[in-house]
Design a protein around this ligand. Structure first.
Ligand code: DAH
Length: 345
């Protein structure tokens, strides 16, 4: 019995109490009536009468030792949790402002464009911004002396001197990705290709040397002009609202035949006429057309079996129309007063 008392004394002494759970575990083990110490008191009646007094005193000492430790630790824990509470909830402290970042308006619109086309079964493809003339011009059916190749439009990185198709440049449009995609995969192909493009233009409210486009390509058997019209009609309604009207104007691109430019009713004046739409009531949102058979053949696709349409639109232009932004330069200046207006958009 005496050995047991010593052993428990030792246990009580080293028991670590750092939180309320540990305090409760200690209480159950050493303080309550059903604790080991309580059990020892029960066993006292079996101790020979001549030792009972002495062992009883030892047991009482142990009981007090455990009870005192419990009282002390309970007081200590209560005091420290009171402190913690008062630090956590000091209602007199000023609020720390929570600064939320915002998505760039071009990212918002890019994501929306992708979302609309994904629902129509288009996937997203990517391609290089540093390109050879072949992918940016030659394979897209640009004649060798086409004016778009001239220095004022294109940033050339390396003129090889021999075959123009080998010249290295910054892509002037996302149409290069069409070619790469058609070279890699046989139809059916249905993909959109967002990305940065570069043109050697003086920076102004209406022009920039860096901007963004989304290219679209759909190649399969029996794809017709009606598919092109339906697709972009649906896109315009989803992007700009159900009341938006769409019209197709004949146009020319080397890589499509026939080609069309796509206009929507001016969102600023609702078609009445204003300076944004130059008093026509219409604004252009995209170029498009049926992929020229030469382009399909350049990429190893049988133009007798497959047809397709393509389109390309400027993300800046769509964003400016959607949010009534009048100056292209705002997109690259990173003025937070501009960017903050797109919080939660
Ligand atoms: N690449 C043209 C441009 O940058 C836009 C374009 C027009 C793309 C017609 C197309 C298309 O795919 O079919 O102006």
């Amino acid at each position: 019995m005496q050995e047991k008392i010593q052993e428990i004394h030792q246990q009580v002494d080293v028991f670590v109490i750092e939180n309320k759970d540990q305090l409760e575990a200690f209480r159950i083990a050493y303080v309550g009536r059903k604790s080991v110490i309580g059990e020892l008191f029960d066993g006292l009646k079996n101790v020979p009468a001549e030792q009972r007094r002495e062992i009883g005193q030892q047991l009482n000492g142990l009981k007090d030792f455990a009870q005192n430790k419990f009282n002390e630790m309970q007081a200590l824990l209560e005091a420290s949790s009171e402190n913690a509470v008062s630090i956590e909830f000091d209602l007199t402290l000023p609020v720390i402002p929570q600064e939320n970042g915002t998505l760039h308006p071009l990212s918002v619109v890019r994501a929306r464009i992708i979302e609309i086309f994904e629902k129509m079964g288009f996937n997203v493809s990517d391609g290089p911004e540093i390109e050879t003339d072949f992918y940016n011009f030659t394979a897209l059916n640009f004649a060798e002396n086409h004016p778009a190749r001239e220095m004022q439009d294109t940033f050339f990185i390396e003129k090889k001197g021999g075959n123009v198709a080998d010249d290295v440049l910054l892509r002037t449009h996302t149409s290069n990705v069409q070619i790469r995609l058609m070279q890699q995969k046989q139809p059916p192909l249905r993909s959109i290709m967002p990305g940065r493009v570069y043109r050697n233009e003086a920076i102004s409210a209406r022009a920039h040397c860096l901007f963004h486009q989304v290219e679209g390509l759909y190649i399969d058997k029996n794809v017709g002009f009606k598919d092109l019209k339906d697709t972009l009609y649906h896109f315009a309604k989803e992007m700009f609202g159900k009341d938006t009207k769409v019209r197709y104007r004949p146009s020319y691109f080397p890589f499509t035949e026939p080609s069309a430019e796509i206009d929507i009713t001016c969102l600023i004046c609702k078609g009445v006429g204003c300076n944004v739409c130059k008093y026509t009531g219409w604004v252009e949102i995209a170029g498009s057309g049926m992929v020229d058979p030469n382009v399909l053949e350049n990429c190893g696709i049988d133009s007798k079996e497959y047809t397709g349409f393509a389109f390309g639109m400027g993300i800046e232009r769509i964003t400016m129309l959607k949010y009534g932004i009048k100056d292209l330069r705002l997109f690259t200046e990173n003025d937070v007063r501009f960017l903050r207006q797109f919080e939660g958009v």
